[in-house]
Design a protein around this ligand. Structure first.
Ligand SMILES: Nc1ncnc2c1ncn2[C@@H]1O[C@H](COP(=O)(O)OP(=O)(O)OP(=O)(O)O)[C@@H](O)[C@H]1O
Ligand SMILES: [Mg+2]
Length: 301
């Protein structure tokens, strides 16, 4: 992709971007700040992978807010097609135009019917054709959920910030959109897709950063509660679980504890509120069985 206009985004360096993200309550480490900054500076899409709930989707939303850029979101799913992701012809309007022409004893040709008037933009074409002082942030979320053939539809866009509509020609972005792709690695992505993107693996936030995220997300939580829960979740993540708790679950859990007026964690509180951090019956059993090892044997109540 051609280089984005860094000047207009007004960013000095990765640290500066980190501060701007902090101002919208998204907290990055140096690795993620640098990856996002390079993606902006080089005008190249960024592919983010990481366990569920590490903040992949939130990063794109925060980036849009931090830059004052519009967010265009494409949620991927099995069976997603070009019609839903790139553009579609408005058949109903074409049909109406044909009927109208017929009623006037006229005949429409393809050249009359496949014009911009009948073109419906879907998120990717919308991002390419966006006009405005700041390029949009395009979030292509959970690309691994789309069928692997879908990835091929993105190559032209990812490589050249362009979309070709055979009937009309090629649309190329005046200013390339900022593109964030996310994947949960439910399947391997094509090398051809990876080649067109920068890549970053997001780790679970380190305890200090997790604590700061909790302070901002759950203002009612006390410091001892935040310390105890971040420590506890860190150790729960080391257990062999079907689904390790992410940041979203941790926030929900601490909110639940705060609502119950808990300021120091006891075994009783943990068991009462496990609904927020364990999402399968097996995981619930595993965590309860491990509670003693996790340091909650002394307070059995
Ligand atoms: N670095 C962070 N700073 C602030 N909040 C964060 C951060 N990381 C995660 N969160 C919080 O955790 C929540 C979950 O993150 P998000 O939904 O983006 O995860 P995800 O990686 O997209 O997960 P999934 O793979 O399940 O879609 C966010 O709504 C946000 O509140
Ligand atoms: Mg997500």
């Amino acid at each position: 992709m051609p280089g984005a206009d860094r000047g207009a985004l007004g960013l000095v360096d990765a640290e500066d971007l980190g501060r701007r993200l902090d101002a919208v309550d998204y907290l990055v480490d140096t690795g993620l700040a640098t990856a996002l900054y390079l993606s902006l500076a080089l005008g190249q899409p960024l592919l983010l992978e990481g366990e569920p709930g590490v903040g992949k989707t939130a990063s794109a939303k925060a980036l849009a807010r931090a830059l004052g850029a519009p967010l265009i979101r494409l949620q991927c799913y099995e069976g997603l097609t070009a019609d839903q992701a790139l553009y579609e012809w408005n058949y109903q309007r074409q049909l109406l135009a044909i009927r109208l022409a017929e009623s006037r004893q006229e005949k429409l040709t393809d050249a009359d019917l496949f014009t911009e008037e009948f073109l419906q933009e879907r998120p990717i074409l919308q991002a390419v054709r966006h006009r405005g002082p700041v390029p949009p942030v395009l979030l292509i979320d959970e690309i691994d959920r789309a069928d692997d053939e879908f990835e091929a539809l993105l190559f032209e866009f990812l490589g050249e910030a362009a979309i070709t509509v055979p009937e009309l020609g090629t649309f190329t972005a005046v200013r390339p959109p900022i593109v964030i792709l996310t994947s949960n690695r439910s399947r391997e992505l094509h090398d051809a897709l990876r080649r067109r993107c920068l890549y970053h693996w997001i780790e679970f936030p380190a305890p200090e950063r997790a604590a700061e995220i909790l302070r901002r997300s759950v203002p009612a939580a006390t410091e001892p509660l935040i310390a105890a829960t971040t420590d506890f979740v860190g150790r729960v993540r080391e257990l062999d679980l079907d689904k390790a708790p992410g940041m979203a679950e941790t926030i929900d859990w601490v909110s639940a504890l705060a609502v119950l007026g808990v300021s120091e964690l006891s075994r009783h509180d943990v068991v009462q509120t496990l609904v927020a951090i364990t999402k399968t019956a097996d995981d619930r059993d595993t965590v309860i069985a491990a509670l003693d090892d996790l340091g909650h044997h002394e307070r059995t109540s």
